[in-house]
Design a protein around this ligand. Structure first.
Ligand SMILES: NC(=O)c1ccc[n+]([C@@H]2O[C@H](COP(=O)([O-])OP(=O)(O)OC[C@H]3O[C@@H](n4cnc5c(N)ncnc54)[C@H](O)[C@@H]3O)[C@@H](O)[C@H]2O)c1
Length: 251
């Protein structure tokens, strides 16, 4: 139970779903977890479920000032940052084709899903470096590989996260920073976001039949991938894509 012992790890959007499961698993494997979210009640609930080794901070990942405050605070209080999980994200209204998408809606989704990840890397990397190196996990999606006609801005945002992850990984590697950066690509996971995209049992059944492994994933299925990438077990891995999707990307 110590795969990430003594590591300080920041998990954004950890008040729900995949972020919460990742925060809980990281803490159960010995990490001190900083849980952040715009949803205060959800974040506090995660910390309570962890029951020690965790604290909550309110953070909007799309806001630069919030990143400065959170990272400064971690360096002042915990004295180090060893891992960063850029998990916070939104899907936006469903369905939304590009022809119907408003520019405001498009920008809102990209500002959280892409600019939030950019800011996380921009402010996280110096702290990870100052802590002797570390690992960043950027939460992308299966949507980064496919056309997503009903989630146009979301698909574009996750494609950007996939590519930007490699840029950060290569830049850190060539500069000798000892900071790794990888993306995780979940398939369909039954979190509040997954339920929002597939609201009816009929839609779920239809979609479930398209998953080669025969069922949807759980937040814990993704959390195990996050744990591996944050741990030193993945020390030779950077710029990689970890697809956890029940086989959907192989169809
Ligand atoms: N559920 C899926 O099927 C699925 C599939 C692929 C990728 N993902 C990705 O996984 C990540 C987590 O999704 P989830 O399914 O757990 O969704 P979720 O809606 O259950 O959780 C997302 C969390 O992010 C928080 N959040 C939203 N905007 C924020 C902001 N600006 N700043 C801080 N926190 C913010 C929300 O309050 C919420 O607690 C997202 O990036 C999502 O795109 C999910």
């Amino acid at each position: 139970m110590s795969r990430v012992a003594d590591k300080v790890v920041l998990v954004t959007g950890a008040g729900s779903g995949i972020g919460r499961a990742s925060a809980k698993l990281l803490a159960s494997e010995g990490a001190t977890v900083i849980v952040t979210d715009v949803n205060r009640a959800g974040g506090l609930e995660t910390v309570q479920q962890i029951g020690g080794n965790a604290r909550f901070e309110e953070q909007d990942t799309a806001k630069e000032a919030d990143w400065k405050r959170i990272i400064d605070d971690i360096m002042a209080r915990e004295g180090r940052l060893n891992g960063l999980v850029n998990n916070a994200g939104i899907a936006g209204p469903f369905p939304s084709s590009f022809e119907g998408e408003s520019l405001d809606q498009w920008r809102r989704i990209l500002s959280i899903n892409v600019e939030g990840v950019f800011l996380g890397c921009k402010y996280g990397v110096p702290a990870l470096r100052a802590s002797g190196g570390g690992s960043i996990v950027n939460m992308s999606s299966l949507a980064a590989f496919l056309g997503t006609p009903d989630l146009s801005a979301y698909g574009a945002s996750k494609g950007a996260v996939r590519q930007f992850t490699k840029t950060v990984a290569m830049d850190c590697a060539r500069k000798g920073y000892k900071v790794r950066c990888n993306s995780v690509h979940p398939g369909i996971i039954m979190t509040p976001m997954g339920e929002h995209i597939l609201p009816s049992e009929k839609a779920r059944e239809r979609t479930r039949q398209r998953v080669p492994i025969g069922h949807f994933g759980t937040p814990e299925d993704i959390a195990y991938g996050v744990l591996y990438l944050i741990s030193d077990e993945s020390r030779f891995m950077t710029g990689a894509e970890l697809v956890i999707d029940g086989g959907m990307n192989s169809i």
